[in-house]
Design a protein around this ligand. Sequence first.
Ligand SMILES: [Zn+2]
Length: 104
Amino acid sequence: MPEPNFREELRIHDQLAADWHGDRVIRCRQCGHAFGSLFQNYKERALLRVRKPWEYLPDRRPGEFVEYWEFYCPGCGVLLAVDPMGPGDRKPTWDIRIASPPEE
Ligand SMILES: [Zn+2]
């Protein structure tokens, strides 16, 4: 993986960087895929796989209410995040929220 150019991107996550001076989007650090505006939740443009608890832990039983939402980069398939979700949860949680550009 090439070392990111921090004049053009700022690492904000293990696999994501903020492209401040280009298209002002969040990009995958592995493949450059754009996840939309810097100020949107990148998970809403990621690939989603919903898994049940017993897929992770064999001693869990069907019927438990928690699901695990796995988010992947559509460009390269790298795993970005795993969120435990309750029965009423319909939107992915925010783990990164960018408020304003860094000081120039
Ligand atoms: Zn990618």
